[in-house]
Design a binder for this molecule. Structure first.
Ligand SMILES: Cc1ncc(COP(=O)(O)O)c(C=O)c1O
Ligand SMILES: N[C@@H](CCOP(=O)(O)O)C(=O)O
Length: 541
């Protein structure tokens, strides 16, 4: 039987009752909304004792099974997909939990042991295998133009792109197009993406920022003609499977923490998450709503702080209306700012103006508000969809919107937020290199933002009975600029000593890049995608 948590709806109210396969292959709903399960599943009875000793892959199977009906993916197939996805990780625990500061009960959840050295691999290895599974099933016994061909389009500020490419390279019946902001991803990230020469991989360098790439991808999904013709698929965290696969590590790290000597029954756990597109922390929200005893989820933004401002004011505004000015020129604290409000920081993967997954949280907040009126569930869902649609319209037309006090109160119940500047990022990298209580640890700038926010949370909550799990989202070698800038004057520091063998010589390899003309617009990108898919199919058939 299919349960309500295994059926999906759109956050803007336009679709209900969709299957997991439909939402994974569609990516974005036709009304522009994001897919969410119709209900958040409850954990099985005695879940702690049943799950505490499971491996990462076994735990992933238990969690994914709550959201995917066996009538869609039989258990043995799901197990196989999951096992293959995590067999590519270098760490035996997949996502190890390491102690960063024992005295303060601060732990680092290392999420970067997958093929591209960033947390995105946890979900994108799985998504790549899910795409393949559905396509093999749909194409059984079919040849030529009868075969279902998926054209994946994704936007990246550096990490999603390479993780998606490594998850999909060489796979049959899939073409992958990754849009990245030219010159605004780190040199290693660019090399990781563009040195993959497989025929089904296409990297598009776009003049602009990550948000321009994300907007182009959303415009392509909103175009029914190209959707119909090319079967667009999403690899960004707009794809529900990305969020789903990330829920596992919240549970896994909780169990790892409980096995540590410092954890005692009744202690509280806080998760601190470097946040950009709100996908990673949203997985934590699902874990918490399912029943994981997380006291709070702490959002850690860089100077692109739309989320931090929302939690402080109840206003979700593209441009800062207080604090550091975001419009044009150099901001008061030294960050380079641009007319549209995006700043170039030392944590470029989080240089994001509008966080697309925030829409999913908004739906749950609006639903809760509607439920207070005491009407039936169908009415609550309809109200939530309408509310989200009107907020998103306002964001588009006026550049922002505000929510009422109750909605902000619900948001504050589960989340806190912190904004971390570039200078605080550098200080944190230095501190844990030179005086890390457990000795030297080199943080990447995104993980450092989480650690800086963790330290503030520790200062407000007694570390004796509150444990902080700070998510480490990338390997430091991906961000030479920030790491070198922070540590170049430290005795004994050498960047080469942290360079994984996979990165050695990468930057001098042959590359394949399509440069998108400045004035091409989303229609120009559509033309490129269309032509490349046609050429690829001609070659393959
Ligand atoms: C290294 C790194 N850290 C943190 C983030 C933020 O994650 P999210 O967008 O899921 O909030 C990203 C990308 O978005 C990233 O690449
Ligand atoms: N930081 C991301 C931006 C895209 O986010 P996603 O989670 O929606 O894919 C990146 O590295 O590309």
């Amino acid at each position: 039987m299919t349960s309500p948590s295994q059926k999906y709806l759109s956050t803007r109210g336009g679709s209900y009752g969709l299957s997991f396969e439909e939402v994974v292959l569609k990516g974005l709903a036709p009304d522009g909304g994001l897919f969410i399960p119709e209900q958040i599943p409850e954990l099985p009875k005695h879940w702690e004792s049943k799950w505490q000793n499971l491996s990462f892959a076994e735990l992933a199977f238990e969690i994914l099974s709550l959201y995917i009906s066996t009538s869609e993916i039989p258990s043995s197939d799901l197990k196989d997909i999951i096992d293959r996805s995590y067999a590519t990780f270098r760490a035996p625990e997949t996502t190890p939990l390491v102690t960063l500061d024992e005295k303060n009960n601060l732990y680092l959840l290392e999420l970067f042991h997958g093929p591209t050295f960033a947390f995105k691999d946890v979900a994108l290895q799985t998504l790549g295998n899910l795409f393949e599974y559905f396509l093999v099933r749909r194409n059984k016994g079919k040849t030529g133009t009868d075969r279902h061909h998926l054209s994946v389009v994704g936007a990246t500020s550096g990490d999603t792109g390479s993780a998606a490419i490594y998850g999909l390279r060489g796979k049959k019946d899939v073409s992958v197009f990754i849009l990245f902001p030219k010159g605004r991803v780190s040199p290693i990230q660019e090399a990781q993406m563009t040195t993959v020469l497989d025929a089904n991989v296409h990297c598009l360098a776009v003049e602009g920022f990550f948000d321009d790439c994300q907007d182009t991808v959303k415009a392509l999904f909103a175009d029914p003609e190209i959707n119909e013709k090319l079967n667009l698929g999403a690899v960004n965290s707009i794809n529900w499977a990305r969020i789903l696969a990330q829920i596992t590590y919240y549970f896994h790290s909780y169990f790892s923490l409980k096995k540590s000597t410092t954890y005692k029954e009744g202690h509280k756990v806080r998760f601190v998450v470097p946040t950009g597109n709100f996908g990673d922390i949203l997985a934590g929200y699902f874990a918490k709503r399912m029943g994981l005893p997380a006291e709070k989820l702490v959002i850690a933004t860089n100077e692109n702080d739309i989320l931090d401002r929302f939690w402080k004011t109840g206003h979700y505004e593209k441009k800062a209306v207080h604090g550091v000015e975001a419009q044009g020129g150099i901001a008061a604290d030294g960050a380079k700012a641009h007319e549209d409000g995006v700043k170039e920081t030392l944590s470029p993967a989080m240089d994001i103006l509008v966080s697309s997954n925030f829409e999913r949280l908004l739906w749950f907040l609006a639903y809760e508000y509607a439920a207070d009126a005491g009407m039936d569930d169908e009415w609550n869902k309809k109200q939530a969809g309408q509310e989200v649609e009107s907020w998103l319209k306002e964001l588009k037309s006026k550049g922002g919107f505000g929510v009422n006090e109750d909605i902000l109160k619900y948001a504050k119940r589960d989340f806190e937020s912190e904004r971390v500047s570039d200078s605080q990022t550098v200080e944190t990298i230095k501190e844990f290199y030179t005086a890390g209580p457990k000795g030297s640890y080199i943080l990447d700038p995104h993980s450092a933002i989480g650690v800086a926010a963790s330290k503030r949370s520790i200062s407000r909550n007694s570390p004796a009975d509150t444990h902080h799990i700070s998510l480490a989202t990338a390997h430091p070698a991906k961000f030479a600029n920030a790491v070198d800038m922070s540590l170049k004057s430290e005795q004994g520091y050498s960047f080469d000593s942290i360079l994984p063998k996979e990165f050695v010589g990468l930057e001098s390899k042959e590359r394949k890049i399509i440069n998108v003309a400045k004035d091409a617009g989303w229609e120009g990108v559509r033309k490129i995608v269309q032509e490349e898919v046609e050429a690829e199919l001609k070659g393959a058939r």
